[in-house]
Design a protein. Structure first.
Length: 71
């Protein structure tokens, strides 16, 4: 099932006192999700991270809110 999500561009990724904002998909346990998310290795301020991110064409987004999120 494809869920409605609120996303933020990886180019505008939020950095806080504890580091970068982690995409919600990294910890989601929904088995029926068919959104186009995949694991990607990315670099944020020189630090390599592995994030599960939403891909739309050549654009990459971090999911920050999702109707189907299961912790």
């Amino acid at each position: 099932m494809e869920y409605k999500c609120e996303t933020i561009s990886l180019q505008k990724m939020l950095i806080g006192p504890k580091g970068s904002l982690e995409p919600l998909c990294n910890i989601c346990k929904a088995k029926d999700c068919t959104n186009p998310v995949q694991w990607q290795n990315i670099s944020i301020m020189g630090v390599k991270k592995k994030f599960k991110i939403l891909t739309v064409g050549d654009y990459y987004y971090a999911v920050i809110k999702c109707e189907g999120f299961l912790p």
